[in-house]
Write a protein that binds this ligand. Structure first.
Ligand code: UD1
Length: 416
């Protein structure tokens, strides 16, 4: 799949922000824990959601779309297997979230090891350390993580780093243990708060979400639940940056402003004006784009998922910007692709120095990952001429109707 973008048009108009990919993925996995039906609203129709639902089906669950963005998940025959299939699970990292959910429901789980991972080291070490603290046995066999309940017990779990996935897996596993678990140095991302709302609806007692100490008192039997997916703050940030780079005026609908504070602050520093309403915001230009420095950090710091899109914007901002990537060390691959379009970027370790240029030019480029793909679309919107972005299926993993939404704002985008 390729995206063809003809640059040079100012984006203008309104765009509705979809449900958050990362929240939807964890809620779909968490549906495993429910004995009765789970109904999720505001679920984005994206490839990753389809894959996560196929994993549900492979475990014995049924799902049916009851509207454009509402899905009902049920388990009429209970859980038929506690192993997630490699062919599906390898497609997305969030498939590891079935680990905690299956442990809560059945006391055992087998999930394929995410690529390149050794047990006890990154990227699952914190998940496993937490599960072991809760009395689960964990071992690595034939490329799978196998975990089972020896003597599950509530406990205090300290995370060395506030990992989103580890916090979620541990919350779900703890939700099946009728004792108190306390997660310290927990992740504070809004998606964690969304998961907590879902667990609460299932009858689990959860306190402290949104802070770095989460207290969970699990229950043996859980019913069903209905829960809405929060708006996607990363999709929102992507459209804000796209508006900014084209000098456009765009209103975003269906956003939670507080989730966007770190992004709004940086875009204002870069020379944009952001007017906020109750659940809408409008981005307009205020003078020229200016260089600014970015450091990615766990929430409420600047999100690593918007680092690449921001790099595209800073490529054409006046002056020199410094970007420090503190969350994923290998997330500067997009720099080489932006350079094909005329950007001036030097990468050294976890730092990228971006010298703003007058103009970017259309080129043939490759989306190296989902957010890199979004960054290339952003760059292409401002570039002179046409840009051809290959591996566009990576973009479709995470952005609902991106072609339609951008076209609605006046962009010239085609998918072939
Ligand atoms: C989630 C998001 C992803 C986002 C990231 C950080 C989903 C589906 N994905 O990913 O979009 O970029 O949060 O906001 O929600 N780490 C370890 N050991 C572990 C776990 C993580 O060292 O056991 C490291 C990772 O390698 C990484 C950092 O911690 O360097 C952050 O990872 P984490 O917060 O776990 O991200 P994900 O949950 O995978």
């Amino acid at each position: 799949m390729k995206f063809l973008v003809s640059g040079g048009r100012r984006l203008q108009g309104k765009v509705r922000i979809s449900g958050a990919k990362n929240a939807a993925l964890v809620l779909i996995a968490a549906s495993v824990m429910a004995a009765d039906d789970v109904v999720l609203d505001n679920v984005p129709r994206i490839a990753d959601v389809d894959t996560q639902l196929q994993i549900v089906a492979s475990l014995g669950g049924r799902f049916v779309w009851e509207g454009e963005n509402t899905v009902r998940i049920s388990w009429p025959e209970g859980i038929e297997t506690t192993t997630t299939p490699f062919q599906l699970a390898k497609k997305l990292r969030a498939s590891n979230l079935f680990l905690g959910a299956l442990l809560a429901r059945t006391g055992k789980a087998e999930i394929p090891l995410p690529g390149g991972c050794n047990i006890g080291s990154r990227p699952m070490d914190l998940h496993l350390k937490g599960l072991q603290a809760l009395g689960f046995e964990v071992k690595l066999e034939h490329g799978f993580i196998k975990a089972w309940a020896k003597k599950p017990t509530g406990n205090r779990v300290y995370l060395d780093f506030p990992s989103v996935g580890a916090t979620e897996n541990i919350m779900m596993a703890a939700a099946g243990i009728p004792e108190v678990t306390v997660i310290e140095n927990a992740a504070k991302e809004p998606e964690i708060v969304n998961l907590a709302s879902f667990l609460t609806a299932l009858g689990v007692k959860v306190r402290g979400v949104g802070t770095d100490i989460i207290r969970i008192e699990g229950v043996k039997e859980r019913g069903g639940a209905r829960c809405g997916v929060i708006p996607d703050r990363i999709e929102a940030g992507t459209y804000m940056i796209a508006a900014g780079i084209t000098g456009g005026e765009v209103t975003l609908e269906n956003v939670i402003i507080t989730h966007l504070h770190p992004v709004i602050a940086k875009l204002e520093e870069a020379g944009l004006k952001v007017d906020v309403g109750e659940d809408t915001l409008t981005v307009t230009p205020s003078g020229e784009l200016k260089a600014t420095d970015i450091k990615t950090l766990p929430y409420p710091g600047f999100p690593t998922d918007l680092q690449s899109p921001m790099m595209a914007l800073l490529s054409v901002a006046k002056g020199t910007s410094t970007i420090v990537e503190n969350v994923f060390e290998n997330r500067f691959q997009v720099a080489d692709e932006l350079k094909r379009m005329g950007a001036q970027i030097k990468v050294k370790g976890q730092t990228a120095i971006v010298e703003g240029v007058e103009k970017l030019y259309g080129a043939q480029v490759k989306a190296t990952d989902l957010r890199a793909g979004a960054a290339l679309i952003i760059a292409a919107l401002a570039a002179e001429g046409e840009t051809e972005i290959c591996q566009g299926e990576l973009i479709a993993r995470g952005y609902e109707k991106i072609e339609e939404k951008l076209s609605g704002l006046g962009a010239k985008v085609r998918v072939v």
